[in-house]
Design a protein around this ligand. Structure first.
Ligand code: SIN
Ligand code: CO
Length: 372
């Protein structure tokens, strides 16, 4: 199935030749695909508080951007415009399933599935993204223009990132089920030909600065230094207002004792990569089943991660939704399977400890019974 998605190529070849390197157009990557949500469902989502949405259009004053939630009247605007809804995978199971078809890339690198609706001529203008993207055409047709140009200056003061210059090198009209892969920083412009909807599989590539800042935040809760500032050798200073060299030296020695190793980095990456996005809330069951009833149900029907849950592992360490979880040695293989496949099939055998753990996750709304 993945081979078809990649135009008959093995994931291995795609990763070696295209990933982060050059664009790939795949006609009929998903045969029969006509989208996941209808135009009206997309509008409804963009009017709600659960979705991050934006509306973009171009007028005499230039490019315009508004953030949702929107009112239905916002979608009665004339002329070319587009509305984009981020994180569709968090709201819809079919969208989550589409996102997770991209399993030739680690889950930790996947970001989200975005959907856009555009009226004839609508789009977000020529731009580049800092991340890889697979653009999958849903309903209607969209013309994609791309350029390998090195000059990526953007119009200053515009509310969205629009390239000052865009030299079209190649272009195609994508039909439902067609897909275009673009590596990071590849200039592109999508123009709707009639009404259309496009799905974008986006990836996570945190900036080094973001990683450093977040690592320090992570470390801050874990640093444990004993001792306290002391200066039994103190002599009367010439300038009481001065911070002496001695004091700097002592503080440098204290701070120099802050240390971390690969395990600390592993735990940071695990917590950081599984941390739910800011607007994500889980729905714990109103009247949760008891442990025994739940254990029976999942043995019979299987269990799956909620679409908002992220379970990752590294070696014997497991991370779920921003937290480190301790997993008994004997349960690790099973939990690795749950992390990889995001579900466990009916007739899976669960140990006592796995039952307790998964029941706790069910009570928090992180997993649900059934394969889905
Ligand atoms: C769109 O769907 O209109 C925008 C997608 C993109 O250019 O990244
Ligand atoms: Co883009």
């Amino acid at each position: 199935m993945t081979k078809r998605l990649l135009g008959g190529m093995t994931p291995r070849r795609f990763l070696r030749e295209y990933w982060q390197k050059k664009p790939l157009l795949v006609r009929q990557a998903i045969p029969g695909f006509n989208g996941i949500v209808s135009r009206d469902q997309a509008f409804e989502l963009a009017c709600g508080f659960d979705a991050e949405s934006r509306q973009v259009w171009h007028d005499a004053q230039g490019w315009q951007l508004r953030h949702g939630p929107f009112k239905p009247k916002d979608f009665r605007r004339r002329g070319p415009w587009t509305v984009l809804i981020q994180g569709l995978n968090l709201l819809d199971d079919a969208a989550d399933a589409l996102l997770h078809r991209f399993d030739f890339v680690p889950w930790a690198r996947l970001d989200d599935l975005m959907v856009s609706y555009a009226t004839d001529g609508g789009g977000v203008g020529p731009h580049f993204d800092s991340y890889d993207v697979f653009l999958i055409q849903g309903m209607g047709r969209r013309r994609w223009q791309i350029s390998a140009q090195r000059e990526l200056d953007i119009i200053e003061g515009a509310p969205l990132r629009i390239l000052k210059r865009f030299d079209v090198e190649e272009e195609w009209v994508l039909e439902p089920g067609d897909m275009l892969y673009l590596p990071p920083s590849y200039a592109h412009n999508g123009i709707a030909e009639g009404e259309c909807m496009t799905y974008s599989v986006g990836f996570r590539a945190p900036a080094d600065q973001e990683l450093a800042t977040q690592f320090l935040v992570h470390l801050q809760d874990r640093v444990e230094l004993d001792g306290r500032y002391a200066d039994p050798e103190l002599t009367q200073p010439r300038h009481p207002g001065e911070i002496g060299k001695d004091m700097i030296e002592k503080v440098a020695r204290s701070i120099g004792r802050i240390a971390w190793n690969r395990d600390a980095v592993r735990d940071f990456v695990g917590c950081y990569m599984t941390e739910p996005k800011a607007h994500v809330y889980f729905d714990p069951p109103d009247r949760p089943m008891g442990k025994t009833a739940f254990a029976k149900k999942i043995s019979r029907r299987g269990v799956r991660l909620d679409r908002r849950s992220q379970l990752l592992f590294s070696g014997g360490r497991f991370y779920l939704n921003g937290e480190i979880v301790d997993i008994a040695n004997g349960d690790r293989e099973l939990l690795r399977e749950l992390a990889d496949k995001r579900r466990l099939p009916p007739d899976t055998r669960f140990s006592e400890s796995a039952q307790s753990l998964i029941h706790g996750w069910y009570c928090d709304g992180f997993v649900e019974a059934g394969e889905g």
